[in-house]
Design a protein around this ligand. Sequence first.
Ligand code: IPM
Ligand code: MN
Length: 362
Amino acid sequence: MASYRIALIPGDGVGAEITEEAVRVLDAAGDIHGFEVATDSFDWSCDRYLDVGAMMPGDALETLAEFDSIFLGCIGDAAKVADDVSLQMLLTIRKGFDQYVNLRPIKLYPGVATPIATASPETVDILVIRENTEGEYSSNGGFFKRGTPDAVALQTGVFTWKGCERAIRYGFEMARKRNKLGGSPAGRVTNCTKSNALNYSMVFWDEVYDHVATDYPDIETDMALVDALTMWFVKNPEWFDVVVASNLFGDIITDLGAMLQGGMGFAAGGNVNPERTFPSMFEPIHGSAPKYTGKRVVNPIATVEAVRMMLEHLGEVEAAEHVGSAIAATLGAGEVRTQDMGGSDRTHEMGAAVVAAMRASA
Ligand code: IPM
Ligand code: MN
């Protein structure tokens, strides 16, 4: 029987309660589909920072490297630790494990309301591939004369040919696999850029995109400047198939994407190391919502989606599809609705409903 070791990092705020739902669904998937799941939980968080002065131990990556995959709840609690300090933990894992693809599916399930009038289950099916280890997030820069009237801050983006190419190529591969356009072309990869203003980094990014595209004559090329792309996401979501974006642009457009899919309670992401040299990490992309801590009111669907993506990555494709169809059945039935959906059902009630839907169709 296949067996997987999963590291859990619940993190801050509502992290603990959503991680319980991740485990509930993982256990059910293993039970139904015949694999074992062993979890270890790590208390790496802002509370740990307050106790011992670090979010995670110095050998955290060595510890995590032993696992098949990582589930991350949510990090950050600005009342305890400044966000730019606490969130280094997330960025350290993404970079340290070369999780250079941030996979962010944007899909609207039937039964889910969205504030965007053009969005429907028929029009919203987008996959954003966000470069996840360099670009604007390269942590290069400094402060000078800080706190004086002559203060200066520098933050330098770093774009390497290899770094851009591997993320963009992954996007083209995904477009082939998705076959969303269903023939010739099989798919479309939109280049999210800003080369009209960023005359080094994004001109370079475009060159890499053009270079990679020549290897994929079956995939339609497309480009949108990031500002215009936010407009097109709202106006014509149905146009989009795969979008490739740099680290910061991908971050920004996927929060808009979350609204297309009904809100932050539905949006998940995978930090993927495609070569599998290191474990990949899956997470809901919402924040830690400290004010709701322990109240069990947040929507765990983003968490369950993250588990679905993890199962797919682990090669448990049937189980992943089963989780996806159970989410669709639960949301489609509309009987269980969390606060963000205008209902009063609790976090664990939604998690249990998805598991019940899995068992009912096992
Ligand atoms: C995300 C988050 C992080 C990011 C923050 C918390 C550092 O917004 O995963 O989208 O910017 O990558
Ligand atoms: Mn974000």
